[in-house]
Write a protein that binds this ligand. Structure first.
Ligand code: GLN
Length: 454
């Protein structure tokens, strides 16, 4: 049924870069055969899922939305894929994304933009716009995204779906193509909070193959979602981040956000305003740290080891082949980030730029730590606006970067965060996202509060 749905709507939505009908049907048949034999099944047996094209899946094209990796088929499975298979999940295919996960609209994909199913002339968010659009368009009930600065939550907000960035280190990065290793985190996309929890539980937990994976039991996310669904939040302390609403936010977004806060209060939560004074520097720090790490991580695309190779005709030196390949293989946003990062890391500038950004990162972590002395979770709008028209911010990188104002702080601090729908904006009838943030390894709080207000 989901393959049929993809056939019917994906021509217009373009959520998928590759549909693996054969692999999906084989996996579904295996679930049926196991059932016929009376064998024990995984917890998500037979449930279809869309996989962001940044995640390695053995034998299936993995492009990261880039010409650089066109035609590359990984020889191994990422840990997320291994765990999905063990849970019985049926992987439908790979979803569109901004090239190497850099962007907020999916327009930086080398394979064309994804369209927001709510309004095909608008962006589905990014970088994981394909995953969010697939879920919003009923092409898949579940999807995997990755969130370095908001790429799960911002697409969730603008497509009216649920997206969770788990605690940094909570889901393995093994087999996830690296953008900014100290920030990248994979997580679930879904239509309900409980669905996200079930997927989170299937993919999360310690993995010795990822050196930053946390060696501790996964927080009880499914139990928390079920508890939250009872609809009471007595004793839960909620902090509204003063710096993440007000001026500059779309009035309809503000209105729905304040209604969500009122609802939290009605359900029994205590709501207070909390100040995080250093959040105003989060965006600037992120756009030094993420490009710096990207410039280092993307050095591996040297035309020798992976994917594209240009100019290998006996007339060019190895250095020329590398330069020609990188010139042809990377798009403008990736090149901009590599240049920014290389500059910020170069000697003489390192302390002024990268060093300062790391200090700001510490100050932001302290803001969070102080806030969590007073409250259990923090809330804000997920994005300052609803989905904007395709093309409207493509020529202005700063305007594009401003989409991540509310999501970036929790990436820098390594905590957990969720976006869930909180109604349609009265301005334009488009979905608005509520962001809930929790300390590292307290992901269960997101699910308790999220399931209560959804
Ligand atoms: N939009 C942000 C960026 O362009 C975040 C991307 C992400 O989370 N992968 O870097």
């Amino acid at each position: 049924a989901h393959l049929d749905r993809i056939g019917a709507v994906d021509g217009a939505v373009h959520a998928f870069l590759h549909v693996d009908a054969e692999g999906a049907l084989a996996a579904a048949r295996e679930v049926d055969d196991k059932r016929a034999r009376g064998e024990e099944q995984g917890p998500l047996a037979g449930v279809p899922l869309a996989l962001k094209d940044v995640m390695a899946q053995r034998g299936v094209p993995t492009t990261c939305g880039s010409k650089m990796l066109e035609g590359w088929r990984p020889p191994y499975d990422s840990t997320v894929v291994t765990r999905l298979r063990a849970a019985g999940v049926v992987i439908l295919g790979k979803t569109n994304m901004d090239e190497f996960a850099m962007g907020s609209s999916t327009e930086h994909s080398a394979y064309g933009a994804t369209h927001n199913p709510w309004d095909l002339d608008r962006i589905p968010g990014g970088s994981g716009g394909g995953s969010a659009a697939a879920v919003a368009a009923y092409e898949a009930p579940l999807a995997i995204g990755t969130d370095t600065g908001g790429s799960i939550r911002q697409p969730a907000a603008v497509t009216g779906t649920v997206g969770v960035k788990p605690t940094y280190g909570g889901v393995s990065r093994y087999g996830l193509v690296a953008f900014s290793s100290s920030l990248d985190q994979a997580g679930p996309c879904s239509r309900t909070v409980l669905d996200a929890a079930l997927l989170h539980e299937a993919i999360g937990g310690h993995d010795p193959r990822d050196s930053t994976s946390i060696d501790a039991p996964l927080p009880p996310v499914v139990a928390a979602a079920r508890e939250g669904a009872q609809g009471r939040l007595d004793g839960v302390r909620v902090g509204v981040v003063r710096e993440l609403s007000g001026e500059g936010y779309q009035p309809g977004v503000e209105q729905r956000f304040h209604e969500a806060v009122d609802l939290l209060r009605e359900l029994g939560a205590t709501v207070t305003e909390v100040s995080c004074p250093h959040f105003q520097y989060a965006l600037s720090a992120y756009y030094l740290i993420a490009p710096s790490e990207c410039s280092s991580n993307l050095a591996r695309f040297d035309a020798m080891r992976y994917g594209l190779r240009v100019g290998d005709d006996g007339e060019h030196s190895a250095e020329e082949v590398m330069a020609l390949t990188r010139a042809a293989g990377f798009g403008p946003e990736v090149k901009r980030r590599i240049m920014l990062g290389t500059y910020a890391l170069s000697s003489g500038y390192y302390d002024a730029y990268y060093g300062s950004a790391q200090k700001v990162r510490t100050l932001i972590s302290r803001d969070f730590a102080q806030a969590y002395e007073q409250v259990d979770v923090l809330v804000s709008p997920t994005t300052p606006t609803t989905a904007f028209p395709l093309g409207s911010k493509l020529e202005d990188p700063i305007a594009m970067y401003l989409n991540d104002l509310c999501t970036i702080p929790s990436n820098l601090a390594g905590g957990a965060a969720m976006s869930l729908p909180c109604g349609l904006s009265p301005d334009d009838g488009l979905p608005v996202g509520l962001q809930i943030m929790a300390p590292a390894m307290a992901d269960d709080r997101l699910y308790r509060v999220g399931a209560a207000v959804e």
